[in-house]
Design a protein around this ligand. Structure first.
Ligand code: G1P
Length: 271
């Protein structure tokens, strides 16, 4: 079973400026709850026991959010507020399962993954990108089951508009397994429309084999001068590591752009 998850959180969040000029985007509330808590709840429900946060000096606010014990204790002593006590207990539960590592230069998702190398114990681990919320069905839980059955890597996938392919990692299929699962032939980071192998996009949930670290150590910067996880996955596929694309059945919410962030709050409030 997969027990460890990693969450890259060192990104600058420029798509959400001006909010992110002083605030970590992952702490922005979506219907009264910070985005990162939705992601943590997905992990817990999927059976994850340890979560590694990849932060930066600029994003230490995230660590503080989970380490404010003394503040809570003072308040709880003074005011016997049940809601605050409940929230504090929840934060303590999260804190117990989170480890922090640093990526001070934003050099891409692949570079962020590499920072967790020393902490990964098992052969496979989960990665969640915090901009991507998936509601109504636990995508991580479904992917963990698939990994268990096929002993392969897994990526979450969604068909996108052809005109938008250059916003995503795009993959093409090798073989259908069943209605929602396919073996992946190849994957490219944000291709121009003309070069895109399909309009099937990678969404921010990945089950990665430990062997990805060897690839990342050698990985040259790709699109935009960053080290991409997409490029390391392609390289593993070339070496015959199997990856399955899982068409998840939950609803995808893009919290990384201003429009998407606003829409997400509306969607979640309807739940
Ligand atoms: C990242 C990945 C991309 C993937 C996307 C999913 O891009 O690099 O392959 O399709 O997440 O949200 P970013 O959103 O960081 O630009």
């Amino acid at each position: 079973m997969i027990k460890q998850a990693i969450i890259p959180l060192a990104g600058l969040g420029t798509r959400l400026l001006p909010l992110t000029s002083v605030f970590a985007k992952e702490l922005l509330p979506i219907n009264g709850k910070p985005g990162i808590e939705y992601i943590l709840d997905e992990c817990i429900e999927a059976g994850i026991k340890e979560v590694i946060f990849i932060i930066s000096k600029k994003k230490e606010m995230i660590k503080k959010y989970f380490y404010n014990d003394s503040f809570y204790k003072k308040i709880i002593k003074k005011k016997k507020d049940k809601r605050i006590l409940k929230e504090y207990k929840k934060i303590l539960k999260y804190k117990k399962m989170i480890k922090f590592v640093y990526q001070n230069k934003p050099m891409g998702t692949g570079d962020a993954v590499l920072k967790t190398r020393r902490f990964i114990k098992d052969n496979f681990f989960l990665m969640l990108l915090p901009d991507d919320l998936i509601i109504k069905k636990n995508c991580s839980k479904s992917m963990i089951k698939i990994q268990k059955n096929f002993k392969s890597g897994v990526i979450a996938s969604m068909t996108v508009n052809k005109k938008d392919v250059s916003r995503w990692g795009i993959f093409d299929l090798k073989k259908k397994i069943n209605r929602d699962n396919f073996f992946v032939q190849n994957v490219v980071e944000k291709p121009p429309i003309k070069k895109a192998p399909s309009n099937k996009a990678v969404i921010g949930r990945y089950i990665l084999p430990k062997s990805i670290f060897k690839k990342l150590l050698k990985q040259k910067p790709g699109k935009g001068g960053e080290i991409h996880i997409t490029d390391a996955i392609r390289s593993l596929i070339k070496d015959n590591q199997r990856f399955i694309a899982h068409n998840f059945s939950g609803k995808y919410l893009d919290c990384g752009t201003m429009n998407g962030y606003i829409k997400s709050a509306m969607e979640i409030s309807k739940l």
